[in-house]
Design a protein around this ligand. Structure first.
Ligand SMILES: *Cc1c(COP(=O)(O)O)cnc(C)c1O
Length: 401
């Protein structure tokens, strides 16, 4: 857009002041262009992005294969409703199925919608009196009312009540608490294999296998919310493969289309018919543009061997961040699964995010004290070092070593 050349961040921020509902905290920077690991603001400053697209851009900014697929599709057929078949949606479902547990897909547009589909499926699939869903404190499942209720964090519930009935909460990692909550009205257990927004919290070793066992013993559906962990983020296609525990239902969004909006719920062919015609829908779900982007994303990861590359990058991050932790009392713990990275601080993280931004590195802070990196799997090793050098410098300036 040529018009952005003469526009300043300040002018754009003024538009927001007047015309955009202020429900987000935003950095005072307007971004204009991205390429791989870098993004530029309208003033032309370049940032190294270790949190591109809130973790959605797993292939980095504007990955050429996704751009090409979208440009080709947008000129061919933008949208048709789900009363028709399109080859793109069918091939997208096949591509996801072949890389996971061989099931079937329902497509929608966001993570919260995929979770709503899973909630409905759980209630429809189990006997009528079963409606309760067990979720976990510190979890995050999205912002529609069902998913908000599933999100067991009081700060997201304030002022919204009454919430949706039928959600009960257990501490993350506590199998005995789950067992105590299960009764003859329980339909499902819904969990993030790794809590993302909750601070990149890894499950204790016995936790996911234990949930699988409890679900089997009590005929419950085990739902994995892989909106943040899915599609290659952990160095495996899905976190359930990383932990070797298979769910009955899996939800995907964020990374699924390489940065284009899209989402899916996958389940086995045996459970899938319970989401019978008329019970659920998404007008834009599985549209040809999202489908082509989604296929391009998966095929690019295969063709460029990016799962292996992500594992290699993960080891470099591990080495660098462990070293940093050894040098700085501000770092309490480093939690890593593939390219999902949390740095537990002993102080608030926001000033460090700001210090990194001043040094042209973009990262995130979640849960107050956890620096979160969701870097693209297309980084070079040099870029990992470039970013870690900046982070080390920012921490040092905060008296951290
Ligand atoms: C981001 C996220 C969601 C919500 O996704 P939206 O696309 O914002 O609706 C749900 N679950 C998890 C685990 C997430 O990280």
């Amino acid at each position: 857009m040529e018009s952005t050349v003469s526009t300043s961040s300040e002018q754009i921020i003024e538009l927001f002041r007047q015309y955009v509902i202020p429900n987000y905290g935003r950095f005072p920077v307007a971004l204009a262009r991205g390429e791989a690991a870098y993004v530029w603001d309208v003033e032309g400053n370049r940032y190294l992005d270790f949190f591109p697209g809130w973790g959605c851009n797993l292939l980095g900014h504007c990955p050429p294969t996704v751009v090409e697929a979208v440009c080709d599709q947008v000129a061919r057929l933008i949208h048709v409703p789900n009363t028709w078949y399109t080859e793109a949606q069918g091939l997208w479902a096949k591509a996801l199925s072949e890389r996971s547990f061989g099931g079937q897909a329902f497509f929608c547009n966001s993570g919260t919608e995929a979770n709503e589909a899973a909630i409905k499926l759980a209630r429809l699939h189990t006997p009528a009196k079963r409606y309760k869903i067990i979720t976990f404190s510190g979890g995050f499942h999205g912002r529609t009312l069902g998913s908000t209720t599933a999100t067991a964090q009081p700060k997201y519930h304030e002022g919204l009540g009454p919430l949706v009935a039928g959600f009960v909460y257990a501490p993350f990692g506590d199998l005995e608490a789950v067992e105590r909550l299960i009764d003859d009205e329980t339909a499902a257990i819904m969990v993030e294999p790794i809590q993302g927004e909750g601070g990149v919290v890894l499950p204790p070793d016995d936790f996911l296998p234990g949930l699988r066992r409890l679900a089997d013993e009590n005929e419950l559906l085990l739902i994995f919310d892989e909106v943040q962990t899915g599609c290659g983020r952990t160095g495996e296609w899905f976190a359930y493969q990383y932990f070797k525990v298979q769910p009955d239902v899996m939800t995907l969004a964020k990374t699924i289309c390489g940065g284009i909006a899209g989402a899916a719920m996958l389940t086995t062919a045996q459970i899938a018919p319970s989401l019978r015609p008329g019970m659920h829908a998404a007008t834009f779900g599985g549209n040809p543009i999202a489908a082509r982007a989604g296929i391009a994303m998966l095929e690019t990861i295969d063709r460029e061997n990016l799962l292996e590359h992500a594992k290699k990058l993960s080891r470099v991050f591990r080495e660098r961040l462990d070293q940093l932790a050894g040098e700085s009392e501000l770092i309490e713990e480093v939690r890593i699964a593939g390219l999902m990275i949390g740095v537990q601080l002993s102080i608030e993280g926001a000033p460090l995010v700001k210090a990194c931004m001043d040094r042209r590195l973009l990262i995130n802070c979640t849960h107050g004290t956890v620096l979160r990196l969701l870097p693209p799997m297309t980084l070079t090793e040099n870029q990992v070092h470039e970013g870690c050098d900046i982070l080390a410098d920012a921490i040092k300036q905060h008296g951290g070593s």
